[in-house]
Design a protein. Structure first.
Lengths: 223, 223
């Protein structure tokens, strides 16, 4: 008779807390998105483009992660959206304990969508579960089309990739199709969007995807 | 009579190795530069601009740090410069032990300038000493002028800041003077360069600075 090997995954402290948060978000019907990118790829600009539309239909909250400054939180608050700023003071990523602490700024019963803007870093944040439903990676066209193969972890762990700053393509040597092919080579189920926060091109597709995911999670009827 | 407090700094394993490397570089009269930036700010493009000129007068070597791929090393080798590629397989920064290992690819007796291109990450690499003489940070104009205050550690620990992709300024909302003021507010002795690898504007200033630092370190006469 053969042996049966029982494998138990030992959860780290961050994973345990993320698991608890995921339950909490589920109980309260909150869709949670974790945005990841390099510094300056346009995460905050993208939020400035989607939040004015989302907030008309949903109760949206934002958690901003930065090493220093309240700059990004101030940009979000100008839109009229509640925003909690986490300053990591040198740390390179957000952790679930920070998210738990931030939640005291929101009324979970009323919240529909929680957006986390992680620290600008295409490496470390990809490895930390924050209890989110989806990780969304951003790459800007100015960074070059090889970024998906040079930073494969973030592409592998994300559900969607937003190729941002498409308005600059005419003055760059950036091959969109090559970038997409590199990304799909690492993660074939990746949803890919092309956006420009300047011209607003492609922004409606991102909003539509977020709404779809919200109704999918909550089981509510899309009106 | 007062007490005399004796403080001994306990060096980490990385710092110990970096100290040893610094001695080794000094003994062999090698100037060592550690380039840091976000993914896609143009570190490799900058090296492609400066190496063809530097290699005419100096024996130059390059160590490339990336999570994955040999792409950058291949770009450097095309110029005819010896390049060692370190793949960190997910790790977010280079460490001095990796540099020591890479050195077997170079003849230290013959080398004049060693350039390290760190992993694309504006956060973690700033904290790790590789035995270099100078850390040089790059920010691209597409990332926004607030990056120095949002990523203060890298600015504080660097000797020079290169504001790259200046050719794109006409199509961006990027305030160069504001960016410089932010950077100097964190590190008043920072040397700041403005470059475009496309038009080659400002590249000569960077090369001149590197040459100055080489002669300063070696005590040799600049011909």
């Amino acid at each position: 008779m053969g042996n049966i090997k029982v494998e138990t995954k030992i959860l780290t402290k961050n994973e345990q807390k993320a698991k608890y948060l995921r339950m909490l978000f589920k109980e309260n019907n909150i869709l949670v998105l974790n945005f990841l990118s390099s510094p300056g790829s346009g995460k905050t600009s993208l939020l400035e483009s989607i939040l004015p539309i989302l907030k008309e239909k949903y109760n949206v909250g934002v958690i901003e992660g930065d090493l220093a400054t309240e700059n990004d939180a101030e940009r979000i608050r100008k839109i009229g959206v509640t925003c909690y700023q986490i300053n990591t003071h040198g740390a390179c990523h957000l952790e679930s304990s920070g998210i738990e602490k931030a939640l005291s700024s929101f009324s979970l019963k009323e919240l529909n969508i929680l957006i986390i803007e992680n620290v600008g870093n295409l490496v470390c944040p990809a490895e930390f579960d924050l209890g989110e439903d989806y990780k969304i990676a951003l790459i800007s066209t100015t960074e070059g089309e090889d970024k998906p193969i040079k930073y494969p972890t973030v592409i592998r762990n994300s559900s969607a990739l937003i190729i941002n700053k498409t308005d600059l393509i005419p003055v760059l040597d950036f091959d969109v199709e090559k970038c997409k092919a590199y990304a799909r080579g690492i993660n074939s189920s990746l949803e890919i969007f092309e956006t420009s926060c300047k011209t607003k091109s492609g922004i409606d597709n991102v909003i539509n995807w977020i709404e779809e995911k919200y109704y999918e999670k909550t089981g509510l009827c899309r009106s």
